[in-house]
Write a protein that binds this ligand. Structure first.
Ligand code: NAP
Length: 280
């Protein structure tokens, strides 16, 4: 019989994470012994702790706030995606002792979107991304891979949105990238077909987004990356107008699939039972 698998998540804090529910569900579903451990690692202990877990026989780790950038220095090799996004959320401990860093958030974002909204014409669409943190960077990367027509970016700290646009220009191809000032960003939604909240606004313990949607056109889709709570005020407002919405739950599950595959060789699927478990 094979040894129980050791996988997990490092972050600080990690108690809030739902990743263990997802991975433990898949381990059980595929009759793989072992468990996914949420491990709180203080920033000063990062290097030492990652090496210790590797030596303990871990197959790899997920990485969350605040370590997503710092772990890049520990990696022997980074995926193109991780380099472009500038953050790693997946570590793979290879048999030769080397560490590979990847980022699965862009995959999770776009897989979930395509699963929910099947007939979206990226080639003619303008998206507006609110936020300029790690999640927004993954969203931009994913949308650029789809050769979307145009992306507008707006963030409370305007300079961060401008920097993000500069960082992604090399990947933009034919896609137009436009900065929109945070104050008054509502006035720039007339041509927006996909409005994405990649800020932490609306999250439990954070203020609501408080966005005035008067300029949003009918037929536009709203996607909120926040998954706690699932139905944010932003999504409720858009839904009340009769437009399509996408919650952050599907992305949470989709972004976990490539990690599980990297560690076990099995690309797992999502299902209603897992979605219910995450909402319990
Ligand atoms: P982050 O790097 O810390 O970025 C936070 C973003 O939120 C920044 O753009 C920040 O603006 C903005 N923000 C925070 N407080 C704000 C406020 N009071 N008013 C206006 N803007 C505010 O975090 P992240 O990793 O990008 O995550 C962002 C959100 O995405 C979180 O809710 C996270 O849970 C969610 N997420 C979901 C998934 C999923 O699988 N569904 C995956 C990744 C992330 P400033 O730059 O001005 O500070």
């Amino acid at each position: 019989m094979s040894e129980p698998i050791k996988i997990g998540l490092i972050g600080h804090p990690v108690a809030h994470s739902k990743s263990a529910i997802i991975h433990d569900y898949w381990l059980k579903q595929h009759s793989i012994g072992g468990a996914y451990h949420a491990i709180d690692v203080a920033p000063d202990d990062l290097l030492e702790k990652v090496k210790a877990l590797q030596e303990e026989g871990y197959k790899g780790l997920n990485v969350t706030i605040p370590h997503k950038q710092a772990v890049m220095d520990i990696c022997d090799e980074l995926s193109e995606t991780a380099k472009a996004i500038g953050a790693v959320n997946l570590l793979i401990f290879r048999d030769d002792g080397s560490i590979y860093g990847d980022n699965t958030d862009a995959f999770g974002f776009i897989e979930n979107f395509k699963a929910q909204i099947s007939a979206f014409d990226f080639s003619r669409a303008t998206a507006m991304v609110l936020g300029a943190g790690g999640a927004a960077r993954a969203v931009l990367y994913a949308l650029l891979k789809e050769n979307i027509f145009k992306i507008k970016v707006s963030n409370r700290t305007d300079d961060k949105a401008k920097t993000l646009i500069e960082d992604f220009k090399p990947y933009a191809g034919e896609t137009a990238l436009e900065h929109v000032f945070w104050r008054g960003s509502e006035n720039h939604m007339l041509d927006v077909r996909l409005l994405i909240n990649a800020t932490s606004l609306g999250m439990e313990g954070k203020p609501e987004m408080g966005l005035n949607l008067f300029c949003l056109q009918s037929g536009a889709v709203a996607y909120d990356l926040v998954y706690n709570p699932l139905m944010t005020e932003f999504l409720r407002d858009v839904e009340a107008r009769g437009e399509d919405i996408v919650t952050g739950l599907g992305m949470l599950i989709q972004q976990a699939r490539p990690s599980f595959e990297a560690w076990t060789g099995i690309l797992p699927d999502t299902n209603e039972e897992l979605e219910m478990l995450l909402q319990a």
